[in-house]
Design a protein around this ligand. Structure first.
Ligand SMILES: C[S@@+](CC[C@H](N)C(=O)[O-])C[C@H]1O[C@@H](n2cnc3c(N)ncnc32)[C@H](O)[C@@H]1O
Length: 281
């Protein structure tokens, strides 16, 4: 069938709209940009240009995947984080912009220092790699209970040639002993088990449950990270932890109770505290 870019994108967008995908126009444009390896702007400017039938069928295949609510990042196997392209698939959580705020804050605090850090729940490796990029004298260990997530992290660490400054371990934090760090950083799973079913289909159906489910009150892993870091942090070491909406009061209470001093809190664009940086006294 003969068609131009405009018609192709419109078709794709309508198919996604029928599935109640809010970002149907953008997603269809992004898929076209990926299939034709041209920027969205370039395609929109040349919207009357005719397209080849083999490319139409590749485009339709990707639209079919999106129709089943697969996230764009998994379809493209790629997500930008801290201005770098991370290779990503459904074995690891898709890196989120909120997490970049935590990378920015710890890098600012530790600027120009030589330090070691532990990333609990390394996932795709986005936090570990970005801290290593920002802080040339740092060394990191990335832990994850999920052996599949560790494979994704390994791919990224090797692609970015950071393997000499980083070690990845397939282990849960509970079973990690023997080392002390200047910084423990973590974006743990923090969604309440009973809220998982309320998440958008993209997340619920495709992202790893282990990366989302924080137990009954959402705080299971957060609490473990706070308790356990008392023995993995050096004196005056920093704990940077990402939390979910509405968890700040409980988490800050626990931190104070366990001899941490809150140094900095970071809010997201909706003014919710999403990251706490504290010092172990
Ligand atoms: C929310 S994801 C974060 C991934 C990545 N750091 C990021 O920010 O995109 C949480 C990760 O923690 C891992 N995880 C869950 N419980 C853990 C535990 N007890 N010890 C180590 N890793 C754990 C999960 O497998 C998952 O990869």
């Amino acid at each position: 069938m003969n068609m131009n870019f405009l018609e192709l994108i419109k078709n794709g967008s309508q198919l996604l709209k029928a599935k109640k995908i809010e970002s149907h126009v953008l997603d269809s444009e992004l898929i076209a940009s990926f299939v034709f390896n041209r920027s969205r702007e370039n395609i929109l400017i040349n919207s009357k240009e005719m397209v080849q039938s083999n490319e139409i069928s590749f485009f339709n295949k990707l639209i079919e995947r999106r129709k089943r609510y697969e996230p764009i990042a998994y379809i493209f196997n790629s997500k930008e984080f801290w201005s770098r392209d991370f290779k990503i698939d459904s074995r690891a959580l898709i890196p989120r912009p909120e997490t970049e705020m935590m990378v920015e804050a710890v890098s600012k605090i530790l600027k120009n220092r030589k330090f070691s850090f532990l990333d609990v729940g390394v996932g795709s490796g986005c936090i570990t790699a970005s801290i290593l990029f920002e802080n040339l004298h740092s060394f990191g260990v990335g832990l994850d209970t999920s052996s599949s997530a560790i494979k994704v992290a390994k791919k990224n660490i090797l692609r970015f040639k950071l393997q000499n400054r980083c070690k990845l371990l397939n282990r849960s934090y509970e079973k990690f002993y023997g080392y002390k760090f200047d910084l423990v950083v973590s974006n743990p799973p923090y969604i309440r088990s009973s809220d998982i079913k309320k998440l958008p289909m993209d997340i619920r159906k495709y992202e790893p449950r282990l990366a989302l489910d924080g137990g009954k009150d959402g705080l299971d892993v957060i609490k473990k990270v706070i308790y356990k870091s008392r023995s993995t942090l050096k004196k005056n070491g920093l704990l940077a932890i990402e939390i979910g909406n509405g968890q700040f009061i409980k988490v800050s209470r626990l931190l104070k109770l366990l001899d941490y001093k809150i140094k900095l809190t970071i809010e997201d664009y909706q003014k919710n505290v999403r990251c706490i940086i504290s010092l172990l006294k």
